[in-house]
Structure formats: structure tokens, C-alpha cells
Ligand binder design. Sequence first.
Ligand code: SF4
Ligand code: SF4
Length: 412
Amino acid sequence: MTYIIAEPCIDIKDKSCVDVCPVDCIHEFARILIIDPEECIDCFAPSEQLITSHGLRTFAELENRSCKVLTDDGFRPAFVRRFRRRQLVEIELAPAFEERDRYGGTRLTTRNISRFRRTIWATPTHRWVLADGEATDALGVGQFVPAVSAWPARDSETYRLGALHGLVFGDGSWNKQEIRSGEHLHYVQLYGERVARFKMFFDQVNFSPCLDVHPGYAGTGVVRARVNLKRSLPETADAEYITGFVDGWLASDGDPVKPGSWRIRSTDPDALSWLERAAPLAGFVTVGSGEEASRETNFGVRSRPIRWLYLATRETYWCVTHVEPQEGYEANTFCAVVPDKHAFTLGGGIYTGNCGACEPECPVEAIFPEDALPDKWNDFVPINYAFPDADKINSMVDEYATEHNVQNPPLE
Ligand code: SF4
Ligand code: SF4
């Protein structure tokens, strides 16, 4: 069970919680309301990632911690909780887009040629927000969920620093030796319009006469940092820094595909794997990937293949292509409680619902996640677990109320 109704509900029963429950699992008994433990929602595997205001984080990393999660309304405060062990299903999703249909309307469709997929491990009854605004606790093949990305500012100092990091990461060089101050020195040769437009971002730009003979050379930017930026990803940075990083990296290693869409190429699989899931922090959704067919080059065989990702800014959805129960795969489940919003974004920009919807509705604070129930009300765990046995629930509540002399004043 994820949520428990406790003593303050006895004889109050105003039912404010009932209407907000997306799966109708709060039921009325003689003196109290009870949550059906089989229906009440739980969520994701501990290793799943969610998008926070400080990068991609796993649920396990954030257990019992507050954070800000990405919603369709920007970053909102949330609290990550662990729930009971549950069997999980593997959900496979493909990017989808709105297209005109033959009748002059629009429809959501996947690109059949794209094999790009994202996989999520969740409980089979997890609550999902669908593309049409409805919600379901039985996500199935052919249904669409929205993709969400952030819309960070691109004019702050944090963005500038992120862009310098991205330019170094994509196309810069590292001095190989720390300079005396303990800083690392990096150089970015500013060739071509896409990179040169960042020239003003550098505190120092040198001109190398021997490079000045090359067409499009606009100088060599110098970047000092505490770490080797050529080797590090901004995994826990905020959205503005990550946006700067992605823009800088795209300027170095990206090719515009169409307005708002880029292909970015790299031989670094870890960096691409991170970008694939973190791109929504920079306003993109990763909608495709590929890998070179041959590693042969004029200079020999490349040790690692060039891979690429397609990043899009257009409105994107995710279509469920496969739901596979995994016999015997059980894990602790986790979810983010997001007051008022009841939704958040997984890595890759997959928007999902959550629950805890009933908790803030209760005027007498009677509803708690099971692992946050005050010890003095532990008796209500077996009472809630007795669902649906009405006789048992009613007699247990009577016994408890007599023993503890419960006299909750009626609501005004
Ligand atoms: S947590 Fe959600 S699913 Fe569970 S009882 Fe409350 S509203 Fe219903
Ligand atoms: S809102 Fe609170 S007091 Fe009202 S019925 Fe639900 S649990 Fe009971």
C-alpha cells in the first residue's frame, strides 16, 4: 500500500479525498474511509531517472529528499518517496509527432523508419498522463504520452559558463598540465560562424598568426576552469548551465537538420547516453539515433564508432510500442510526490502522472504515505490492509476509537 488513512478521519468522512483519486480506490466504511491497497498507485524502479532542476537524478539517489521536478508548467517542488516492493513491467516508447491525416485533421504518428526507443520500468498500475489530457492506470500499446522539455533562459552568466564548457567539450583542447593556480587551461579555435558567434563569451581570445591563414579563423578562445572540461559532463548543473553546454556542444559537433532540429555526432558513448536523456533540460527531445556503418578511415580503423543523436524542439509525444511483464522481477518502487501538479518528467522528456493527489485535500491531515505514517497511528496499517472486509474494518475501527477515546470534532 502506498497511502494510509488514519485516526483524524474517524467520524469526519467529508470525502474531499474521494473525487481527486484517479483510480477510485478510496472507499467508505461505517466510521472511516479506507484506501484499497491493491489499487493505490505506486511507480518506478529505483534506477529510473527523473529530470530535476539540478540535472538527471535516479529515484534511489533522491529517496526521502526534496527537489524540483520538471512539469509542463516549469520546475515544481517535489518529494521523492520509496514504496513497497512490486512487480515491474518494461514499457517501450517511440517518439511520435502530430501530422495531417487524409481527412484534413491531425493525428499522432511514429516514424516507421526510426528504430529509436526509450525503455521505462514501472508498476503496471502506475498513473500516466495521456496526450489527450486524460489519465490512465493501465497504459497499453498504441497510447500516447506527452514529451515535456524546459524553456531555460539563454542570457545569464550561468548560460555563458555552460556554453564555454560545451565549446571546450565539443571542439576544444586541454593544456594537459594544470597551471600554477590549480586551474585547467583549455583552448577553443573559433572557426566558422556557428562557433564564432560565441566569441564574446570568452574572457580571453588570442590570435595565432599561423592559424589566421585558414579561412573563417576568428581567434582562439581561452577557458580556465577548476576541472578538465574536456572530460567532464555537467551532470548535476542547473538547466541554464546545461542549456549553455548543449548549445556550445551543438555549435562544435552538431549539424542543423531543419529549423530547430540538430544532429550531434560523437565517439563518446557515455556523453551521448547522458545527452539522450538530459536534452529536455536544454529545450530539446532526443528523437533518433544512429551509428556509422564502418569504422574504416583513410588513416586506419577508428577505435570507437561515431554515433549520433537527433535532437528536436518541435512538439513531440511518446507512443507505447511494447509493454512486457517481467516474471519474477520485483523491486522497491519510487515516485515523486508533486503537490497540486501530480505529474513530473522522466529522463528523455517522458511526462508521467504520479499520485498523492488525496493527501493535500484532506482538511484534517488524515492521509499519509505508508512509510511516513506517524508511529502513534500504526494501528491503521492493518485496518487499511483489511480492505475490502467491511465487518473487520468496522470492528477494528470501533475497537480503536473506544480504546483511544476518539472524539474528533465535526468540521465547521
Ligand atoms: S495516493 Fe492517489 S491512488 Fe492512492 S488513494 Fe490517494 S489519490 Fe488514490
Ligand atoms: S478527506 Fe480526510 S477526513 Fe475527509 S474523508 Fe478523506 S481521509 Fe477522511
